[in-house]
Unconditional design. Structure first.
Length: 306
């Protein structure tokens, strides 16, 4: 799957992923009204609204982008109905030939990690049949429990030709409380990056490993260091746009071949119509605003990489 991601980035010339993180407040009123008219002001109604919202954004942007990144919490908040919308979103993205990065941040040990891996990346045995559940192409994983927590995911990735993005240095302001702690002369995030490189050494695609890293756009100097620590790892870069990241700050996340990183924007794209720059589109044409936001983001990053 890492080779497919690289190929699609090259085809679109857009190393970006759209974060499908739909808060109900992002969904225009006309979509909410239609969903509530059919299902009532219920969890099912909310789930229908976010599904229809996602579908329009996907339809408006899929030809411009290589990948999407749905954040599972935005669906889980609506319970089982929300998770149905999560699954429908993944299936629809696959119909559009998009790479799906499930932002699930799972992490445990032993059979629990194996179950997470089976549910999101692999297969489960049901009687005499083998079934897939969510079937993302990549997922995000928390490495706090060490190799015991990561190995079951890696094993499934090898079997299914899927991939991981492991949290190394996150974009939130308080990430340094733990991640920046100096241990044996260097920050903890560097130790984690070294492990990511090691875990990924036997999961190589044609040019990059299927085991990548998450490094926030808000720390460009750290990104420069970690790019050298993990030369064969793809870096998923959250924090563009709404959290302050800009293309000019992200060049060091990429390798000299112009590859090696994929930059995420969530509300900066899916809620673009709420921003002054795209207000002209209005709520009725929110998906067109999202398309323009993708075009602008891709141009920003392409310009910075030249």
């Amino acid at each position: 799957m890492i080779d497919k991601l690289v190929k699609k980035i090259q085809e679109t010339d857009a190393p970006i992923t759209v974060g499908l993180d739909p808060m109900l407040s992002y969904v225009p009123e006309h979509i909410q009204k239609a969903a509530f008219a059919e299902y009532g002001e219920t969890l099912a109604g909310a789930a229908e609204a976010i599904w229809q919202f996602n579908k329009e954004i996907i339809d408006a942007t899929y030809d411009l982008i290589p990948a999407v990144k749905p954040q599972v919490a935005m669906y889980e908040q609506f319970g089982v109905e929300g998770m149905k919308a999560f699954q429908k979103t993944i299936e629809y993205c696959h119909e559009k030939d998009l790479v799906v990065i499930g932002d699930v941040k799972r992490g445990d040990i032993g059979s629990t990690s194996a179950a997470y891996a089976a549910g999101h990346l692999g297969k489960v045995q049901v009687g005499s049949k083998t079934c897939t559940a969510f079937d993302e192409d990549f997922i995000t994983v928390n490495p706090y429990l060490g190799t015991d927590g990561i190995r079951p995911f890696v094993d499934v990735c090898k079997e299914e030709k899927k991939g991981l993005f492991i949290l190394v240095k996150t974009s939130n302001p308080s990430s340094g409380e733990f991640q920046d702690r100096i241990i044996d002369g260097k920050p903890l995030y560097e130790h984690v990056a070294e492990k990511v490189a090691a875990w990924g050494a036997d999961c190589m695609g044609a040019s990059y490993s299927a085991i990548g890293a998450v490094v926030g756009a808000t720390y460009p100097e750290i990104g420069k260091v970690l790019r050298k620590v993990m030369p064969n790892s793809f870096i998923l870069v959250p924090g563009y746009g709404a959290q302050g990241g800009k293309g000019k700050n992200l060049v060091h996340y990429f390798n000299k071949d112009g590859l090696g990183a994929i930059v995420n924007s969530s509300r900066g794209i899916i809620a673009a119509y709420k921003q002054e720059a795209y207000a002209r589109f209005g709520a009725e044409h929110f998906a067109e605003a999202s398309r323009q936001a993708v075009i602008d983001m891709a141009e920003d990053i392409r310009g910075a990489l030249k």
